[in-house]
Design a protein around this ligand. Structure first.
Ligand code: SF4
Ligand code: SF4
Length: 398
């Protein structure tokens, strides 16, 4: 069994984070793998509902536990979480139990009426996913009609006085040039722009080579963040770009299993939302005595919280700010875990990327059972019920 390291009394905040906390700061909970869309880069390879999905009562028990652990808010995602028939109940249940909710949605269920209700709740925040500032760019990645759906939801929220919704953008090769346009959409809707990094997880692994920003685009993004990013949220996901020079603000650290983790729709707990793979499975909230028990006793998490050597990055002059980058990005591109990030901006992963490597097969896939569509082509119209209706194979009695 791995013994958790002693916590030095005088440790700095970052050192405290490295050793892990009693409860996660950033807990993501994917309530369902069901989704009305089939985004080509979906980090959780969502589409079809998992029949083992936690029941309403089991979800309430998780919320009760989060309240006891003093987890003040949870990021809820999916899949498209609002397709769960009990989603609005669970949201109200969480808020009533002092657990604030930030939920991510593609906009499907954000009607005017729902926007009005949400605008009256101070403990709920909403992230609308948008991966292009135009329908052309967005819909190539997220599917036909998804731009209009997201913009309608944003419009409904703004019209009903929901303040400061978030527009959540995954940065790709196709949309880096649109950063100013994204900011304008946010400003026009009284919203805040949030940009995050494309990771090669889930279906993202299939399109990463084609979609991840080029080296020049990474520089462009870094310069834009320094010049105009003061009001932009980044989920601290671009710390590997700090090796361009000045450190970007935020936590320059991989928080997996230390301050970050994921609960998936069947209650499995993973080290990070971008690491849904058996290698990073810490336990299950039903089988292993609840979430707190997994968070505090998992051997995987103890290992992630133990001091890490910098490996091949240790001698790099940028190691203090870059820390070798993202664990999930390395894992899913088949690079050594103690080596440089696949997007290392000083080029130290180029040789490993060009050499022989085996990217791990995904350990689960909930994609709609339609033929995969290359990202460079227009997405085909849905051909099966389950492609348009996420609940098509959902038996409420199951
Ligand atoms: S694995 Fe990557 S995405 Fe996950 S916490 Fe670490 S740096 Fe962030
Ligand atoms: S060599 Fe490692 S620490 Fe240095 S910039 Fe590249 S990924 Fe970051």
């Amino acid at each position: 069994m791995t013994i958790a390291p002693q916590r030095p009394y005088t440790a700095s905040l970052v050192d405290q984070f490295e050793l892990g906390l009693n409860a996660p700061i950033c807990l993501t909970w994917e309530l369902t793998y069901a989704c009305n869309l089939s985004c080509v880069h979906c980090l959780s390879a969502s589409g079809r509902r998992d029949p083992r999905e936690l029941t309403t009562e089991q979800c309430e028990a998780v919320i009760d536990e989060l309240q006891r652990m003093k987890v003040f808010y949870v990021n809820i995602g999916g899949g498209e979480p609002t397709v769960r028939p009990d989603f609005w109940h669970l949201l109200d249940y969480a808020v009533a139990h002092q657990v604030g909710v930030k939920f991510s949605t593609n906009g499907l269920r954000i009607t005017r009426e729902r926007a009005r209700q949400l605008a009256g709740n101070d403990y709920v925040d909403i992230q609308i996913s948008l991966d292009g500032a135009t329908a052309e760019v967005n819909d190539r990645v997220r599917g036909p009609g998804s731009f209009d759906m997201a913009m309608k939801a944003l419009g409904n929220l703004a019209a009903e006085g929901f303040r400061n919704a978030k527009i959540s953008v995954v940065m790709t090769r196709e949309n880096v040039d649109q950063l100013d346009e994204f900011q304008k959409i946010a400003d026009d809707h009284g919203a805040t722009l949030r940009i995050t990094r494309l990771r090669p997880s889930g279906r993202g692994a299939d399109v990463w080579d084609e979609l991840h920003p080029t080296h020049d685009q990474q520089r462009q993004l870094y310069d834009w963040l320094l010049a105009k990013g003061e009001r932009v949220l980044t989920g601290d996901s671009f710390f590997h770009l700090s090796a361009f020079g000045e450190s970007l603000p935020g936590l320059n650290l991989c928080g997996a299993g230390r301050v970050v983790c994921l609960i998936d729709p069947i209650g499995d707990v993973y080290a990070c939302p971008f690491a849904i793979h058996d290698e990073f499975l810490a336990g299950n909230v039903i089988r292993d005595g609840g979430f707190e028990s997994v968070w505090q006793n998992s051997e995987l998490f103890a290992e992630l919280r133990s001091p890490q050597s910098g490996g091949a990055c240790a001698s790099c002059q940028f190691f203090d700010s870059c820390r070798g980058g993202c664990m999930a990005a390395k894992f899913f591109t088949g690079l050594p875990m103690d080596g440089p990030d696949p997007e290392c901006v000083v080029g130290n992963s180029a040789a490993a990327l060009a050499g022989e490597r085996t990217a791990p097969a995904s350990s689960q896939d909930h994609s709609h059972r339609t033929k995969p569509v290359p990202v460079t082509l227009r997405l085909a119209p849905p051909v099966k019920d389950c492609a348009v209706n996420p609940l098509a194979d959902f038996d409420p009695r199951a």
